[in-house]
Structures are given as C-alpha cells and as structure tokens.
Design a protein around this ligand. Structure first.
Ligand SMILES: NC(=O)c1ccc[n+]([C@@H]2O[C@H](COP(=O)([O-])OP(=O)(O)OC[C@H]3O[C@@H](n4cnc5c(N)ncnc54)[C@H](O)[C@@H]3O)[C@@H](O)[C@H]2O)c1
Length: 260
C-alpha cells in the first residue's frame, strides 16, 4: 500500500456531519474536500440545507456531492444515513469528519439534565454513533481517516458560549479519539481530534453580542478569530495519504489561545 504519494488521491468519499450551516465549519470543510477532488456526503439535521450546500459544492467543484438528513443522536437515523451514502453510487467512504455540534452558554447550576444530555448526545454520542456506522466501510476498503471535532473549551475550560456540558462532551471526544486510534491503528486507519479556538461562525448566535465578539478576538494572541476555511483545510489535510502516520492526536488550531 502507498504510504505517501505525490499523485492525486484516488477517488474516495468524505462524509461530513454538521455540514448544512451556511457559515459553519462543516460546510467549509466539505467544500475543501471537494476542491481536493474528494466526493462528499454532507449530513445534517437540516437535510434541505445539506442538499442545497451539496448542490452548490457540486456546481463549483464538479465533484459528486450528496446531502443526507441525519440526527446524529439517533441510531436509526444514523444507520439510515450510512445506507443512503452506500447506495448513492458515490465512491467508497475514505474519511469521516464528525463536525456536528451544539454549544450551551448556560451556567452550571442552571444546567438541567435534559440540556446536559442534549449537549452530550449531539457532540459525544453523535461522534460515537456516526463513527460506528462508517468505520466498517473504511475497514472494508483499507483506507480510513476519522477526524473528530473537539474544542479549546475541552482543554482550558469553556468561555462565553461553551460552558460545562460542552467542555465535558468535547473532552470526552478526546478520550474516544485516543482509544479508537489505538484500536484501529493496525488496520491503517487514523483517528484524530482537532481542537479549534474561537471560529467565526453562527454557533454563538443569540448567546453573544458585538462587544463579546470583540472581547473573544482580543483574548487571542493573534487578535482574531479563526475562519471555517482554516479549520476545514486542517481536517482535509489530516484525511490525506500524507497524514497516514498521524493518529490519536489533538491538533490545536487556535491562533495561540491555548499553547500546551
Ligand atoms: N465556532 C467555534 O468557535 C468553534 C470552536 C471550537 C469547536 N467548534 C465545533 O465545530 C463544530 C462546528 O461548529 P460551527 O461553529 O460550524 O457551528 P454551527 O452551529 O454553525 O454548525 C453546527 C451544525 O451541526 C448541525 N447539527 C446540530 N445538531 C445536530 C444533530 N443532532 N444531527 C446532525 N446535525 C446536527 C447543525 O444543524 C449545524 O449545521 C461543532 O462541533 C463545534 O462545537 C466550533
């Protein structure tokens, strides 16, 4: 098997969850995959949004792109989405980017069990369910890259929009990533986490204002927020042939906000 190559990547499909949000990381990541020649399957709770994003990406890049509705917290829905990807005629799944997420700004004493479970389910259980659904495709075809979305909130504690349930779920993703990386390494499949700092998307909609946004940027040594494109570029690189010896890692992308 080729462990490194300067040739174009063979035709494979990248599955991206949380890919409908118009200014979101998932959608920018899907576009980045497509620009590198990957076919893409965009999965989101917002199925119409995912299909619209897929159509735009296909038109811009010429790759095959599919939008699929999914609730990552619901096993039946995840299994159905995986079946939809398999029967779509897209090339074999070679990469999975678990990007669907949900943040919560609620202070600890006000977090009820329902909110706690929802934030855990979308971020952590969703990553478990979707990875379990697509790992067999990677094992079957002998190539696999899983990239999970953590957050600087897992490492240094939450901030304005991301308090305890979010930090706990994103820290859980690091444990899942490390353990699964060890388990599947012998099959040549890599499992990595990326840990962005503050990224300019709509995830904080309603939970912050202009002054807060300015404060968020000022607290970053680079004095700006990251862009969804920058995050997507890292996800796609970690999915390539050249990243084949990198596994179990937490890859910080935060403008210096957390340096460990
Ligand atoms: N924006 C940031 O500052 C930042 C920083 C670190 C990590 N992250 C993480 O990056 C990821 C993407 O964040 P974003 O900023 O693009 O957020 P976003 O809110 O713009 O996008 C999140 C997407 O996830 C989808 N989603 C939510 N629940 C779902 C479910 N149950 N099933 C399927 N899809 C679901 C939403 O429909 C949406 O399209 C999240 O995991 C987030 O926690 C974001």
């Amino acid at each position: 098997m080729n462990h490194h190559s300067t040739a174009p990547e063979p035709q494979r499909t990248a599955v991206i969850t949380g890919a409908a949000s118009p200014r979101g990381i998932g959608r920018a990541t899907a576009r980045r995959y497509a620009l590198q020649g990957w076919a893409v399957a965009l999965l989101d709770l917002d199925g119409d949004g995912a299909s619209a994003a897929a159509a735009e990406i296909a038109e811009e890049t010429g790759v095959s792109a599919l939008g699929v509705p999914v609730d990552v917290t619901d096993k039946d829905s995840v299994v159905a989405a995986a079946e939809a990807v398999r029967s779509s005629g897209l090339p074999p799944v070679g990469a999975l980017a678990n990007i669907a997420g949900l943040a919560s700004p609620v202070p600890f004493l006000e977090v009820d069990l329902k909110l706690w479970q929802r934030v855990m389910d979308v971020n952590l259980t969703g990553t478990f369910l979707v990875t379990q659904a697509f790992l067999p495709d990677m094992l079957e075809h002998g190539y696999g890259r899983v990239v999970n979305m953590s957050s600087v909130s897992a490492q240094q504690g939450g901030g304005v929009f991301s308090k305890t349930p979010y930090s706990a779920a994103k820290a859980g993703i690091l444990g899942l990533t490390r353990s699964l990386a060890r388990e599947v390494a012998e099959h040549g499949i890599t499992v990595n986490a990326i840990s962005p700092g503050v990224v300019d998307t709509d995830i904080r909609a309603g939970a912050t204002d202009e002054e807060n946004e300015a404060r968020l940027s000022a607290a970053v040594p680079m004095r700006r927020q990251g862009s969804a494109e920058e995050i997507g570029a890292l996800v796609v690189w970690l999915s390539g042939i050249d990243a084949g010896y990198i596994t179990g890692g937490t890859h910080n992308i935060n403008g210096g906000a957390y340096i460990a």
